[in-house]
Design a protein around this ligand. Structure first.
Ligand SMILES: Nc1ncnc2c1ncn2[C@@H]1O[C@H](COP(=O)(O)OP(=O)(O)OP(=O)(O)O)[C@@H](O)[C@H]1O
Length: 240
């Protein structure tokens, strides 16, 4: 398997604060990879650098062979990013929102294909014609994931996709993410919920205070630390 994403010695400095301290990890094509760590660890900063939304202070990031600094336009064509706090225009219906967003990417037949795919993926049934302002958090998240997947990215990046959702909705979103990966899309998620990541991700990198403290499959890490779950691994790894 080739690497869809490679980070080499990546640093981010905000003013006098070093938020990301020279991190290294790579994500293989078709993997679901989790970047996990507590609040303020540097997850969002890392995702935003990968998405070309933040300048990298030092080091390099390559997405499917393209350098995020030197080939930002190429990178933007092959990724999608779903920020944690993203929303949709509340006065539009789900269908209108999907059509509005698809128009940025395509026209003619391709536009219609994109809209059909988005509507199917959102799985909103009749509610696709209700105003977004009437959607539950779970429905909103499904609509946003559908929007993010419409342009068929090679790398889908999602920040805390299940935060604020109840058990059923979070379960459903994880199923959608598994489906996306089955279609061959590489998925990078961030989360502070270590239990959810364990069941969803092929591999994880644990980040704490801007440093990667561990990286591997959940099974490898649990064995290495003789731990029952990733939360225990994390606690043991940061105490090393
Ligand atoms: N624009 C900014 N200016 C200055 N410091 C920032 C800025 N954005 C983030 N930081 C700091 O960088 C560090 C990493 O923040 P980041 O948001 O990347 O963490 P995170 O792991 O995503 O946390 P959370 O789970 O709370 O979203 C924190 O100490 C944060 O306060």
């Amino acid at each position: 398997m080739t690497d869809a994403l490679i980070l080499k010695d990546v640093r981010k400095i905000y003013g006098d604060r070093e938020a990301v301290k020279g991190i290294n990890f790579s994500v293989k094509e078709g993997e679901i990879f989790g970047l996990i760590g507590p609040n303020g660890a540097g997850k969002t900063t890392t995702l935003r650098m990968i998405c070309t939304l933040l300048q990298v202070t030092d080091g390099s990031i390559t997405v499917c062979g393209h350098d995020v600094m030197k080939e930002a336009d190429e990178v933007r064509k092959i990724i999608s990013y779903l920020p944690e706090d993203s929303g949709a225009y509340k006065d539009l219906t789900g269908r209108q929102y999907i059509r509005f967003m698809a128009a940025f990417f395509a026209d003619g037949e391709k536009f219609q294909q994109m809209v059909d795919k988005g509507i199917e993926m959102s799985n909103l049934g009749d509610r696709i014609d209700s105003k977004v302002s009437t959607y539950s958090k779970g429905m909103m998240r499904r609509l946003l994931i559908a929007r993010a997947m419409m342009p068929e990215p090679r790398l889908a990046i999602m920040d805390e996709i299940t935060s604020g959702l109840d058990v059923m909705n979070a379960y459903e979103i994880r199923e959608i993410v598994r489906g996306i990966a089955k279609e061959g899309v590489t998925v990078l998620i961030s989360s502070h919920n270590m239990f959810e990541v364990e069941s969803l991700c092929n591999r994880v990198a644990m980040i704490n205070h801007g440093d990667i403290v561990e990286c591997g499959t959940p099974a490898e890490l649990k064995e290495k630390y003789n731990a029952n779950n990733l939360e225990e691994v994390f606690v043991k790894a940061v105490r090393k």
